[in-house]
Design a protein around this ligand. Sequence first.
Ligand SMILES: Cc1ncc(C[n+]2csc(CCOP(=O)(O)OP(=O)(O)O)c2C)c(N)n1
Length: 576
Amino acid sequence: MMQARRLAGHALVEALIAQGITTCFGVPGESFLAVLDGFHEHAGRIRFVACRHEGGAAFMAEAQGKLSGRPGICFVTRGPGAANASIGLHTAFQDSTPMILFVGQVAADMRDREAFQEIDFRQMFGPGTLGLAKWVGEVQHADRLPEYVARAFHVAMQGRPGPVVLVLPEDMLTTTTAAPVLPRVEPVEAWPAPGALREVRTMLLAADRPFVIAGGGGWDGAACGALQRFAESWQLPVGCAFRFQDVFDNRHPNYAGDVGIAINPRLAARIRDADLVLAIGARLGEMTTGGYTLLEAPRPKQRLIHVHAGAEELGRVYAADLLLQASMACAAKALETLAAPPLLPWAGHTAAAHADYEANLRPGPLDAAVSRLDMALVVQTMQRVLNEPGPENAVFTNGAGNFSGWLHRYYRYPGLQHHGRTQLAPTSGAMGYGLPAAVAVALLQPGRTVVNLAGDGDFLMTGQELATATGYGAKLIAIVVDNGSFGTIRMHQEREYPGRLSGSELFNPDFALLARAYGWASAVVAETAEFEPVFRAALMRSESTLLHLKLPVEVSTSRATLSRIREASRTGGAGG
Ligand SMILES: Cc1ncc(C[n+]2csc(CCOP(=O)(O)OP(=O)(O)O)c2C)c(N)n1
């Protein structure tokens, strides 16, 4: 049915409303004024959250995609805006997160002159194999806008989910159109073939030491519940891929730990020693495979079954024994129908894997002369305090840096069948992700506890989004672990060029004072005992709080000090 004629910019906003979008993130530009006018026209049904940098806006949209399973939406202007937003696209690509970036573009009558801020975005972001966008579309005719928007939603969600870019020439947005509003798009789900499923069962029955690695995009609560039932009936040990730790409930007796950076050495050994690896949804990238060593590329020692939603991911690196193309919702539901025999030879092995995981939750002693702040205890204190009122539904966000290792090692994420996503973290290792992601959660799911754990380097990459939080009334807690250093880089330097410092030291502001300038409350924590009271106070308070934690740079990771790493490097030993 045709609609009354209205600006194409308005029709775009109507299309987003029809897709269930109520919040969009972005930084305004004169290239898409007609869309901003559409937000004005439809205020009350949809809002435009104006961020302070397109990198922050794109991270917020990426977090929206992770939380909802439907595309997060970001609007930016041409050259400078799109360039700034590209980190969010890359993050969404590597994390397989549905997202749509709308980019205002120069008018058609100026194209290809390198007009003001003009870039050819199909060249810049495409094609999908380069890792920034699954598809880049440019809407040339206002009447076809609904078609492009519907396609963008389909492409972002179907197969391996990911980011899409839609380019919006300014003159297209200001023409009028009677184009209809299309219905809400649902992703097409793919079921595994019955024959392949029978083969999974046969291969499981032939195994002695199977191991499941679960992760990747496209999971929802129902799929995670089905995965858990499959693991229970087959008594399988399950590890979560890098930064997908909430795909399997960390408290479950079949949970074996996270298969990521700084993996528990006992878990790494167990995966190497498995005779069958069943990878479900995980892309089997560099971080999840320990640099392609846990599973040797291209032909692993273990037998390998790889289940993934994207046909192009299957057989991309590994010559697996069995490849199944299926979306996570269908794969997990199909796997749980596989009948298991009453006795499984590896049941004891699964219990031992979980015991290894629990042992790894016990921190080693920290020398008080080295640090008065114990990050392991900080994370465990948060877990205890958040569990007090009932099942924890707090969301933790982080960017990149060694500080995140304490969270990944010690926090026990509930499976997402309980509270949806509780871990928002970039597998791309994008610094600056955590604060904007936390702001997005606080805006999209108000009332939920949101904690961003950041490093000092990490935090100031997007620290200006403190203003967005204050301006839009988002309530969150940001914890800045200040070691005066790009500590991860310092660690690598001590390993590769011991004692030769260069470029990794930081000058830092007074973070607590900085937060107050943005209207946040704040507190400084220099030793472990000071943390719990200020964290409790932050939870109780109505405004956001920044906790400034002071950690000596010497405490490099949850397993090693800098001196030990340097010493090991000089003597050729293992630095941990
Ligand atoms: C956007 C971006 N730039 C650079 C890097 C490389 N990098 C990885 S970790 C890191 C240092 C992180 O420092 P900080 O946030 O202070 O955490 P720490 O390692 O000290 O715990 C850098 C520069 C990155 N991952 N992302």
